[in-house]
Structure formats: C-alpha cells, structure tokens
Ligand binder design. Structure first.
Ligand SMILES: [Cu+2]
Length: 169
C-alpha cells in the first residue's frame, strides 16, 4: 500500500489587515524641520584668548525645536549667549546673521532661536532650550557669543567665540 498522502487542504485564510486611519503623510514641499549637529570651533578672533574652547550642539526641529549645547574651555562663571545663524562659519563675521523664522520679521526674541548658559568655575557650560519655531534649510550655523564686557576687556573686535556649521543628520 502506498503511503497515504495527506491532502492538506489549505483554506485560504483571508486576513484583514486593518491599517490605521491616520496614515503618515509627508509633504515633500515642506523643507522645514530636521535634525542637525555641529562641532563648535574657536573663531580666529578668540583663538589666542581662549585656546581650549570647544563645544557641540544637537538640534531637533520637528514641529518644535529643541537645542542642546555644551561647551568647555570657556571663562569661569560667565554668561554666554548663543543663536542659530544663517551664515557659515568661514564668513566674516563668523556665522553671518541670525536665522530668522520670518525672514522679513524682526531680529528679536520670538523670531530667532536664542539661548544662554552660565559656565561653571571650570569653564564648562551647557543648556537645553525649546522653541516653537521650526528651523529650515536657511539655518547654517550655531554661534556662541561672549559677554560684551569680556570682549571689550580682551580687546577683541567681535564677541563670537565659538561657531559650528550645522550638518544635517
Ligand atoms: Cu548669535
């Protein structure tokens, strides 16, 4: 007797995959948003005054913006300002002007991405700031500014200590 061959009756199981109603949609025309990183390097004007200064920044900008900056080698217990800028670091001055959310709007709070941090006694500073503004590809760099009083005391023409060109992740 030939061995019985079990006839497997494969019933076609109809599987209903219920996809979620809210499928993800991306608008290819929307150039806003993204993530960027930059290594912050000394600008030429400060290379003699603060030779060990360096830093980094991580930016996530999707719907809203979060900026995290860390820096070392700065002056102790000093408040620094920082912004997203619209020029590259090899421009003069390094980083050009502020990135403006509305290019026709004011160069002021509410239309720029700005943060400040105060360094420790060992010259280390960090900060994380959130903003409702969403960056776009006009954002080119991140600049850390020394206080004007320190800049003047050092006899340096520009207060831009650190600058980093933003790289898209
Ligand atoms: Cu600035």
């Amino acid at each position: 007797m030939p061995s019985h061959r079990a006839a497997a009756v494969a019933s076609a199981a109809v599987l209903l995959f219920l996809s979620g109603c809210g499928s993800e949609e991306e608008d290819p025309a929307d150039a806003s948003g993204g993530t960027w990183t930059a290594t912050l390097d000394l600008t030429p004007g400060w290379s003699a005054a603060d030779p060990r200064a360096t830093g980094s920044v991580d930016i996530t900008s999707t719907g809203e913006t979060s900026v995290r900056v860390t820096a070392t080698g700065l002056r102790p217990s000093t408040e620094y300002m920082a912004h997203v800028h619209d020029g590259e670091c090899d421009e003069n001055p390094p980083g050009g002007g502020h990135w403006l959310a509305d290019p026709g709007g004011e160069d002021a709070a509410g239309n720029i991405i700005e943060l400040s941090f105060t360094t420790s006694e060992s010259g280390v500073g960090s900060a994380t700031v959130g903003s409702d503004l969403v960056l776009d590809d006009r954002a080119e760099s991140f600049v850390v500014h020394a206080p004007d009083a320190l800049t003047a005391a050092e006899g340096i023409a520009d207060n831009r200590v650190l600058c980093g060109d933003l790289d898209d992740d």
